[in-house]
Design a protein around this ligand. Structure first.
Ligand code: DGP
Length: 114
């Protein structure tokens, strides 16, 4: 995906503050953090949203989430609690069309979301 900003981060064409990387998964700090810890966890393979990713490779989605739980633990979010968010489509306020899991923590988050 030539124009996808997250694919460019995967390909190291643009820099990011990477907190985790393996063969399939990349996690980096959000450029516009909404909490003291705000990390985006993505598969390196491009899938536009959650439904597309599940249809194409549900196992990859599961492995991405497994990596996320490890990242949450490494960042000290297991004890304090945290939130995982997947914005989807227009109403969900998805602005980047490459599936990403927001991992937010280290502050008390409000509910319901805005
Ligand atoms: P969403 O609205 O769920 O699609 O969230 C996209 C997030 O991606 C948003 O919180 C800002 C973040 N973001 C957009 N461009 C970049 C970038 O170039 N680098 C990093 N680190 N984050 C980005």
């Amino acid at each position: 995906m030539q124009e996808c900003i997250f694919c460019k981060i995967v390909n190291k064409e643009i820099p990011a503050d990477v907190v985790y990387e393996d063969e399939e998964v990349l996690a980096f700090r959000d450029i516009n953090p909404q909490a003291p810890v705000h990390v985006l966890v993505i598969s390196k393979a491009h899938h536009s949203d959650l439904a597309a990713a599940v249809r194409a490779d549900a196992g990859l989605v599961a492995r991405t989430l497994a990596a996320l739980t490890g990242i949450a633990k490494d960042l000290g979010l297991e004890e304090t609690g945290h939130r995982v968010v997947v914005n989807t489509g227009e109403d969900g306020y998805q602005t980047v069309q490459h599936l990403h899991f927001h991992l937010l923590g280290k502050r008390r988050l409000a509910w319901p979301p805005g």
